[in-house]
Ligand binder design. Structure first.
Ligand SMILES: Cc1ncc(COP(=O)(O)O)c(C=O)c1O
Length: 376
């Protein structure tokens, strides 16, 4: 069978073999503690489920407008000063938002600057658009603004930031985001800001969107998601906020790709916006507490920077690797010997690290770290 070249140019998610191993061990009756999860453990709030069920019962089961339900787009536009419905596109999770952005904005040969380590899909989605990911290493998980500026060439089209960050949990200081914004303006580029973890910020840290920076609006494309923020990962609702011409291009693409996002899932998303701050604050304080527990353990075992966002730790595990062992080997050992699943840093473009998600019940979190401590 002959496949298109573009499929040969991308890697399947490097965590796939690992997920298969987790499944196999579970089938064999092993009790696995899953530090590899990328979603909060909380159930979807009842009001979201009820609104979705009501929508189904009311027959809201038909095609809808390609770019999203009017009421949902209006509410989402209200999150950004000076934007309206024409600046919003609702898509199937922020994953599809990002895929479409690279398809609509990059020509073959264009370059997209991506700070490393990076979320697994960025590089492959850029490649699928025929463009080239250009990685710039972070420094202690923070943006290397000088390195980013040096990486700019005549082919650079986009600088991508993900704040708060997956896999590191880093939250970038506003001054650094403004510096990158300045670089974007100066070189007439686009800043794509992945804010999938916008609600997950601790220690009273602030994490403002670059969309709020003066004069950046014409250069800024923001991607957000209902997935993690409202425990709605399976609903597949994310959105883009961008200049109207970008939204028109994305809508054109989406009209041939998937059409609208599932209509009743969008009704659930509308209900999520009515939840108010208390839901988010409860989640934040629970996760901050779990971050503290996880960090206490990880700090004793590894070299670990305390994160202030998302729900991951990304420690340097070199001290446990010796000469020939990789982070993948270590992750496989933890899974096979003590039944704890973590994601090796290789999946995020970085050796000698593992990603640990702490968004799980406290007793599992403690039990998992006790097992790791014992085996190491
Ligand atoms: C940084 C980042 N962006 C985007 C996504 C995609 O999320 P979704 O498609 O569920 O909105 C994820 C999911 O893990 C992520 O970690």
């Amino acid at each position: 069978m002959r496949f298109a070249e573009r499929i040969g140019q991308i890697n399947a998610s490097q965590t796939v073999w690992f997920t298969a191993l987790i499944q196999k061990l579970k089938q064999e009756g092993r009790e696995i503690i899953n530090f590899a999860v990328g979603e909060p453990e909380y159930p979807t709030p009842g009001s979201i489920v009820a609104a979705t069920r009501d929508a189904l019962e009311q027959g809201k089961t038909r095609y809808g407008p390609v770019a999203g339900l009017a009421a949902l787009k209006s509410s989402l536009a209200g999150q950004f000063e000076g934007l309206d419905d024409s600046n919003i596109l609702v898509s199937n999770g922020s994953k599809q938002c990002l895929y479409s952005i690279f398809q609509a904005l990059c020509d073959p040969g264009d370059q997209v600057i991506i700070p490393r380590p990076y979320w697994v899909s960025f590089s492959e989605q850029v490649r699928l658009a025929g463009a080239e990911p250009v990685f710039v290493d972070t420094r202690a998980h923070q943006l290397d603004c000088e390195g980013i500026e040096k990486a700019i060439t005549g082919r650079t089209r986009i600088i991508l930031i993900n704040n708060p960050n997956n896999p590191t949990g880093a939250v970038y200081p506003q001054a650094d985001v403004e510096r990158v914004a300045g670089i974007v303006r100066q070189h007439d580029l686009l800043l794509v800001s992945d804010e999938a973890y916008a609600f997950f910020v601790y220690d009273n840290a602030t994490c403002k969107s670059p969309m709020e920076i003066d004069d950046l609006r014409e250069h800024c494309v923001v991607v957000r998601s209902f997935s993690k923020s409202y425990s709605m990962t399976g609903f597949r609702v994310g959105y883009v906020a961008a200049p109207a011409p970008v939204i028109q291009a994305l809508s054109k693409l989406q009209s041939h790709l998937t059409g609208n996002v599932c209509t009743f899932a969008q009704e659930g998303a509308l209900a999520a916006l009515d939840l108010g701050d208390s839901f988010v604050r409860t989640m934040q304080s629970d996760l901050q507490h779990k971050r503290d527990i996880a960090f206490q353990y990880a700090d004793k075992l590894f070299t670990c920077i305390k994160p202030r966002g998302a729900f991951y730790l990304f420690p340097d595990v070199s001290a446990h690797l010796g000469e020939s062992r990789t982070a993948e080997d270590l992750a496989a050992m933890l899974l096979e010997e003590v039944g704890v699943a973590v994601v090796p840093g290789e999946a995020f473009g970085m050796h000698n690290h593992i990603r640990i998600s702490y968004a799980l019940p406290e007793k599992d979190l403690i039990a998992g770290f006790e097992r790791i401590t014992e085996v190491l």
